[in-house]
Design a protein around this ligand. Sequence first.
Ligand SMILES: Nc1nc2c(c(=O)[nH]1)N[C@H]1C(S)=C(S)[C@@H](COP(=O)(O)OP(=O)(O)OC[C@H]3O[C@@H](n4cnc5c(=O)[nH]c(N)nc54)[C@H](O)[C@@H]3O)O[C@H]1N2
Ligand SMILES: Nc1nc2c(c(=O)[nH]1)N[C@H]1C(S)=C(S)[C@@H](COP(=O)(O)OP(=O)(O)OC[C@H]3O[C@@H](n4cnc5c(=O)[nH]c(N)nc54)[C@H](O)[C@@H]3O)O[C@H]1N2
Ligand code: SF4
Ligand SMILES: [Mo]
Length: 698
Amino acid sequence: MPVFKSICRVCHGGCGALVSVEDGMVVSVKGDPESPVSRGWMCIKGLKSHDIANHPDRLKQPLKRAGGRGGNRWQEIAWDMALDEISNRVDDLRKTHGPETIALGQGTGRHHYMHVVRFANALGTPNWYEPGLAQCFIPRVTVSHLTYGGFVVGDYYGEVKPECIIFWGHNPLVTCADGELAPAVKRAMTEECNTITIDPRRSETAKRCKTWLAVRPATDAALALAMINVIIGEGLYDKEFVAAYTTGFDLLQAHVAKYTPQWAEDITWIKAEDIVKAARTYATSKPAILDWGLGLEQNSNSLQTVRAVAILRAITGNLDCQGGDIMGMNILKGYPILKDKLPPDSSKKRIGGEEFKLLSGWRAYMPSAHIPGLFGAMADGVPYKIRGLLIFGGNPLLTVSNPKKVLRAINALDFLCVTDLFMTPTARLADYVLPAAFWTEIDHVQGFPLVVENFAYAQTAIAHTAECRQDEWIIDELSRRLALPGSETTYKEIYAYQLSQTGLTQRQLAERGYHTPPHKYKKYLERGFRTPSKKVELYSSVLKRMDLPPLPEYVEPPEGPIASIELSAQLPYVLITGARNKEYFHSEQRQVASLRRLRPHPSCELHPRAAAASGVSEGDWTVVVTIRGEAKFKAHITEDIHPDVISVEHGWWFPERVNDEKALWESNANVLTADAAPYDPAFGSYRLRGLLCNIRRL
Ligand SMILES: Nc1nc2c(c(=O)[nH]1)N[C@H]1C(S)=C(S)[C@@H](COP(=O)(O)OP(=O)(O)OC[C@H]3O[C@@H](n4cnc5c(=O)[nH]c(N)nc54)[C@H](O)[C@@H]3O)O[C@H]1N2
Ligand SMILES: Nc1nc2c(c(=O)[nH]1)N[C@H]1C(S)=C(S)[C@@H](COP(=O)(O)OP(=O)(O)OC[C@H]3O[C@@H](n4cnc5c(=O)[nH]c(N)nc54)[C@H](O)[C@@H]3O)O[C@H]1N2
Ligand code: SF4
Ligand SMILES: [Mo]
């Protein structure tokens, strides 16, 4: 049986895979021992790729709605007809109401991510979104650019091992997020390494660390500021690096004087002495990685939180050095997203552009629409009506906060087209549903880790399923029919362009596996940092010009035991949602029996003390309640969580009950979360973690 080299993309990807194929069908998938990053390892989802690819419920043919919206009656149609009709609908909307009334949606970190952004620009709509963005990754990427002039990742693949790693709101042993593949992270966690996890849960990663600091959700900025206070106060900062390569140190020093460990103890629930110890360990172990994650971003103080944490790397001189946090090589040419094709007057119409300058405004790293505003514009027509939505791999009824509003928004649309692998709750409401290709069925080139690009890899389509097509192909076909700028260039030609500076073709790269030129460290010695001052901006000149605090500040979470004393008498616990588990990627794979067996029910985690107080026993069905709604989870009682925190899984729907609307709300974590103001003032991040809740036995 032929075996092909490829790269798994069930998550954001990266693991080398050996795929056995028979008659165009994936038979099995194993780890590729020759992959320099995963070295033969794959997680359970990747290993079950054949069960996803060959699932009987895969969408296999373009479908057109035959009855009322959501009635689940469909007519199979040919690709040509589907593409003609969809492009006609899009054309009508753009001519009658303007291209900005058509929104584009997509999911997280997919192969076609940049192609959707390119499509939006070519179509002339400023309104595209993805359910992460302000809630995921955009604060970290933007702040890195503002502060250091480029994104950073831990040097997990280099020769020198770190002496300390802080995992901050991050659980890479489960999530392998954005490049930190679990086996490489494990290799770096040696006996000698001082490992610290900062997380309200003792996550899989925390369990392997020497120190676990159970921080109160959404108060990480206070902890980071207190650590800066200790490192500067005790003279533990890297004096040479700070003097030569940073600006604003004196202002920072004066600014953090008030943020003592004692001050932070009451806010963060972490003892002052533990804060001091963590700060000393991080500052005196060299080199050190500070690996940050999603736990820092899903709150309304994401900019300042991420900035405070980013500053820790700089004052300890751990930037772009061996065994520290390294900056990218960008070995691929940038994706041609046709930014200049978006007319300036349409970028002014971007929903959220006036308010959230670092998400949607001209200063944004990759401007996108503000999600609560966008779904509001669909539902209520304010500031103008969004009429059409094309989603390429996204399930907003599960993954966006306030799904009842999302449903109202979708029902108010003139036109919805969803491309997916499966008939999801969101796809069920569409006018057209298009069958997407799985990762074994696509041609692709990717820089890795995401944004940093020290490696490049490629895949070619080695299997196929019925009439499924790669999203990029669908977008190209629509673009051609709409005669959009750039439509003469195909996605495969874009890959060739991206690879042009490596001298490799997509096929050559796919056969070889990875392109990994040696990493060049301390690039700043030659060219400085890519910020306005060419130095690391501890005091941010850009934020100052934008009237945002140029030095990081702590803001108390607007809903919590300190800000809302009365409410917390009824809702005594702090809720976090969506901590990842190994078996699923967001709202996916619930229909895959081999994975569902391992995690059959939506679950919540609570401490024995909280369980005793609410009369909940292990395995009980419970109801978790916030001021916004309630949802059902099976209780898991564990000491591995702070006694005052409750954690619920997100993304739960029941493919076996897809036609039962009630089932959509039953265990949907986003019924509990907050899509309403206050938002982070720069990114508009809404609150998925750090809210008040209570729990009761069902
Ligand atoms: N409460 C709460 N909500 C959250 C989060 C949280 O922590 N808590 N996390 C947020 C974050 S960080 C993110 S990134 C989002 C993720 O949100 P989404 O990206 O929407 O999540 P998924 O469920 O992974 O993907 C949506 C759909 O994409 C389909 N799909 C998979 N591969 C492909 C493909 O190649 N092509 C196409 N066309 N479709 C494909 C899947 O079948 C699935 O139905 O969720 C966010 N929502
Ligand atoms: N298996 C699997 N892997 C995935 C995904 C998936 O759905 N499934 N999703 C992918 C995506 S899109 C993303 S964004 C990444 C996310 O990957 P990670 O960054 O690793 O994020 P999470 O597991 O969501 O959250 C990390 C930790 O943050 C903690 N946390 C919650 N609130 C706070 C807080 O306020 N402060 C601190 N310090 N910690 C907090 C949680 O308890 C959790 O253990 O994972 C990616 N990888
Ligand atoms: S971590 Fe799992 S899902 Fe992600 S690329 Fe590796 S094998 Fe695939
Ligand atoms: Mo994400």
